[in-house]
Design a protein around this ligand. Sequence first.
Ligand SMILES: C[S@@+](CC[C@H](N)C(=O)[O-])C[C@H]1O[C@@H](n2cnc3c(N)ncnc32)[C@H](O)[C@@H]1O
Length: 267
Amino acid sequence: MNKNSAYRTNIIGGDEVSAVSFDLDKRMIHETNTLFWDTEGNDILGAISLPLYGAFISEEVCQLFGDVSGRKVLEIGCGSGQSLQYLGERQASELWGIDLSENQIEKTRQHLTGHGLSATLICSPMEEECGIPEDYFDYVYSIYAIGWTTDLEGTFRRIATYLKKDGVFIFSWSHPIHKCVAVEDDKFVFKKNYFDESWYSVTLGENTLTLSDRELSTYVNALAKAGFVIEQMIEDSDEEIMQSQNNDFAKKAKMLPVTFVIKARKL
Ligand SMILES: C[S@@+](CC[C@H](N)C(=O)[O-])C[C@H]1O[C@@H](n2cnc3c(N)ncnc32)[C@H](O)[C@@H]1O
């Protein structure tokens, strides 16, 4: 199991897939992933939205946001718009969202309109300057979107500028240990080197997506460099949600973290 093997196995969602490594090329990654999310993205990977942070962790139990009434919130990678709806219905005063995909932005717009809500929505890669105000937001959050960035440290620095002092940044992503282990005949099999952060490409359906699985320490260190202090980190799956599902994914979640959530504060 090489650290930088060209052909390897990866875990996407609950499934094992074949992947091909390649060098980081930001423009190419954005083009590939925009196409993925403009077409089949959500149909293949599904929406992951508040109150859920991932398949087995819920805001209803964790209460990381607390009372958002009167607060300005920005979602990075707003996707389906369901998380913005969740916070809008809890009286957040302003809803903002950015997403790489025009199709996802349109979905968010339609979803919010259907629920009597409106938001400022911007189609842009999260890595780039896109006119979002600085020192403005009480909360910036992201549900399963941060890991798509081609520049983690730059993205965290940018998010820090959007937040007011003491503002809160909450994000969830696939736990990197989950990305290494597959379930085979009731056994847990290590399939990928945890330390391998190289970019890889996977074909799902008619489309290709490009990703990198970063170590947990890469996220923690990038937050520290961007001026955040971590207040809480969640790895445990919720017992009740796991018990309600009887599949390999739930079996795996009982043995290792499949999602991590971090709540950090801008110093
Ligand atoms: C797994 S979805 C999750 C989104 C959301 N939580 C939902 O419920 O649909 C990931 C989202 O991130 C967006 N995305 C991917 N790469 C991005 C980037 N570099 N900048 C901004 N958004 C990106 C995709 O277009 C997609 O909408």
